[in-house]
Design a protein around this ligand. Structure first.
Ligand code: FES
Ligand SMILES: [Fe+2]
Length: 307
């Protein structure tokens, strides 16, 4: 009998905990404050005059004003536009203009921030737990011979971070969707704590090349491509809602300046055929797999730890 199981809500498991990219470093100057919809919440992202970035729930704990409409950065804190209370990046209330004593429980909901390799990441955990893993270093960033700015492009898609993370281990779609020639020995999937590694030695349409990737949680994956011009491509996803996210590619390369755009277009064009599949598919909790489907079940075991 046909399996009738269909999830009425597309993704019944919420937003997974992870680091999620919320900006590029260059796009957030000291003293800047901006509104951000992420993790199904209203947030404000800001950079203190000391250069440290912060991410807070947008609504002031005092009486609920929105910090992103009229609030401003003062020193290392955000000053609320309603009564002037100031909130630091760690959520602590630093100042009340008219109070002798700051109430001990005066805390805003804050999200840990990690700024690395020209990107700003915010940590989301559904139960507010502190970060459980670290983001990697990207040695190519700032290295001589590599382009100094990320080539970048983003698109909003109606899908969930786990579906995108599953796309790597689901190597059986590479032939059909991405026109890659695959053989049985080509794909290695190695879960390792909150990350996983994969390795691929297939034939890409542009010629013979080697691909190797690392995932860090479900918000960041990196892959390195050896070939004519070495490149590293980062895929970041940032959930807006549980079923809607920003999918973003960022590339560093050793290619000459005038070839960067074409090289990046190639990577974007490679990813693009997935978009329509992702936006319209449902999540099968128990997919109907055949033996040759590869590490899907192992991937699902790995992914289950993020909720
Ligand atoms: S509502 Fe923010 S200071 Fe009063
Ligand atoms: Fe894909």
């Amino acid at each position: 009998m046909e399996n009738q199981e269909v999830n009425s809500e597309r993704f019944p498991f919420g937003v997974p905990f992870s680091w999620y990219q919320v900006a590029y470093s260059d796009d957030l100057a000291p003293g800047e404050l901006r509104n951000l919809r992420a993790f199904g919440r209203e947030l404000v992202l800001f950079r203190g005059e000391d250069g440290v970035a912060g991410l807070l729930d947008a609504h002031c704990p005092h009486m609920g004003a929105h910090l992103g409409f009229g609030g401003e950065v003062v020193g290392s804190a955000v000053e609320c536009p309603f009564h002037g209370w100031r909130w630091r990046a760690d959520g602590v209330c630093a100042h009340i203009p008219y109070a002798k004593r700051i109430p001990a429980e005066a805390r805003a909901t804050s999200y840990p921030v990690c700024e690395r390799f020209g990107m700003i990441f915010g940590w989301y955990h559904p139960r507010g737990e502190a970060p459980l893993f670290e983001l990697p270093e990207i040695p190519e960033w700032g290295s001589p011979g590599w382009c100094s700015r990320w080539q970048q492009r983003a698109v909003e898609l109606a899908t969930h971070p786990q579906e995108i993370a599953e796309n790597g281990p689901d190597w059986r779609h590479l032939e059909k969707v991405h026109a890659m020639q695959m053989s049985e020995q080509d794909f290695v999937f190695e879960p390792d704590g909150y990350g996983y590694r994969w390795y691929l030695g297939g034939q890409v349409s542009a010629g013979e090349s080697t691909l190797q990737g690392n995932n860090y949680g479900v918000g960041l994956s990196t892959f390195r491509q050896g070939g004519v011009h070495d490149a590293i491509v980062l895929t970041t996803v940032t959930p807006i809602e549980v079923d809607r996210l920003i999918f973003q590619l960022s590339m560093l390369s050793r290619a000459p300046e005038d070839e960067l755009a074409a090289q990046f277009d190639y990577h974007w064009a490679f990813a693009e055929p997935d978009f329509r599949i992702w936006e319209h598919k449902i999540h099968r909790t128990r997919p109907l797999l055949c033996e040759e489907d590869g590490p899907i079940a192992r991937f699902r075991g790995w992914a289950a730890q993020f909720y």
